[in-house]
Design a binder for this molecule. Structure first.
Ligand code: ADP
Ligand code: MG
Length: 397
């Protein structure tokens, strides 16, 4: 079973409200610092335009406070400029999401036209999922498309109450959401074995539900990053000054028991006398980090071990950097895992804010099967959750 998509909708001469996720990182001057999420929506947007429809685009950006004096940086003006540049067509931007200005602009929209509405979170009704706000927003368009994968785990108005305003055969998902769901289906329901999960990043506690759910399926769970030290400490080893969640040792113990021999911990570590670029560094083997030292990355033997397992896999899912990759001296493990995924014949998927950023930074994003555009939505999907935003889009056979 799959979801009705934009492909299934009659868009000719129609105004299509597309909920996109243009919640992009911004530079200090407000310019779009990374346009990956805008580029990811282009196939859906072009499809509607090519088939004679027009676009009304809705997104949030950041966390507006509700105080107009502070919220200027959260306007979508720069995002609209970036979209115009990427899509090569004029884009009209208005300063409200609903209300007279938005209504007038929507009314004037001609086939091939693109209208970007203001940051939807400027309206209190968005977060509340308010049906009155949803009605006003929906009244601007003839059909609804959800291509905002990064927001699919939220029940905000533009994700749930707005599509509910349209007849079922006027709702669909976009190509980006379709692609994300397809890879999730592979990871959750149809993985090719051997199935390997690579988990790293800051905290075990953030990832516990993902780990528990993936353990039901995977053949191996390779651990890296700071969460390593919570596991090692839970096993009774000393971890020096490494980052540890001291109050999560029982959780770590529970995971270790549950996982048994599936869970693989680093066999060596890159350690530093401080977590900084100018630190003194060395490699230690075994599970003990000397007093006064910080575990900052997986070591060379672990890199070799993990790379081999990844290259021999049928499916690999990765979340969480192997070390503090933002500092060059501690980036080797993360880079090597990204490279092994790129070189592996397996289906390879990466998700999570910093993990996706790392793969992009190393120039390997095009070499893995999929880099998810959703941090939270990707992780919650791996936890096995289903989303209301997708529940309101009809299934097709
Ligand atoms: P993601 O956003 O991909 O889900 P997380 O948010 O869980 O990943 O973790 C990413 C952060 O973990 C990175 O900023 C990285 O610096 C940090 N990190 C990874 N390994 C270590 C470590 N050994 N010590 C300190 N911080 C680490
Ligand atoms: Mg993160």
């Amino acid at each position: 079973m799959s979801k009705q998509t934009v492909r299934d909708l009659d868009v000719k001469g129609k105004k299509v409200l597309v909920r996109v996720d243009f919640n992009v990182p911004q530079a200090k001057d407000g310019e779009v610092a990374d346009d990956r999420r805008i580029r990811a929506a282009l196939p859906t947007l072009k499809d509607v335009l090519d088939r004679g429809g027009s676009l009304i685009l809705v997104s949030h950006l950041g966390r507006p406070t509700g105080d107009p004096a502070k919220d200027e940086p959260f306007r979508l003006n720069k995002v609209a400029d970036k979209l115009a540049e990427l899509i090569g067509r004029p884009v009209k931007k208005v300063n409200d999401t609903v209300g007279p200005e938005a209504e007038a602009a929507a009314k004037e929209l001609k086939p091939g036209g693109i209208l970007v509405l203001e940051n939807v979170r400027f309206n209190k009704g968005e977060k509340k999922g308010d049906p009155e706000f949803a009605k006003k927003l929906a009244s601007l368009a003839d059909a609804y498309v959800n291509d905002a994968f990064g927001t699919c785990h939220r029940d905000e108005a533009s994700m749930v109450a707005v599509p509910e305003q349209f007849p079922a055969d006027h709702r669909g998902i976009g190509f980006l959401v379709e692609k994300e769901l397809k890879i999730l289906d592979t990871l959750l329901a149809n993985p090719k074995s051997p199935y390997v999960a690579v988990m790293g990043g800051a905290k075990v506690s953030d990832k516990i539900l993902v780990i528990e759910n993936l353990l039901k399926q995977v053949d191996k769970l390779l651990v890296g990053g700071a969460m390593t030290y919570t596991f090692l400490k839970a096993q009774g080893h000393s971890v020096g000054n490494s980052r540890v969640e001291a109050d999560k040792l029982d959780v770590a113990k529970h995971v270790l028991e549950l996982a048994g021999s599936k869970l693989v911990l680093p066999v060596d570590h890159l350690i530093a006398d401080k977590p900084a670029a100018d630190a003194q560094i060395k490699v230690v083997e075994g599970p003990t980090i000397p007093d006064g030292w910080f575990g900052m990355d997986i070591g060379p033997k672990t890199i070799e071990l993990y790379a081999k397992i990844i290259k021999d896999a049928g499916t690999v899912v990765w979340n969480g950097p192997m070390g503090m990759f933002e500092v060059e001296a501690f980036a080797k493990g993360t880079k090597a895992v990204a490279q092994a995924m790129a070189d592996s014949p397996a289906v390879t998927a990466v998700g999570g804010g910093e993990s996706a950023e790392a793969v992009e930074k190393f120039g390997l994003a095009e070499k893995v099967s999929h880099v998810s555009t959703g941090g939270g939505a990707f992780l919650e999907s791996l936890e096995g959750k289903s989303f209301n935003s997708l529940g309101v889009i009809p299934d097709v056979k």
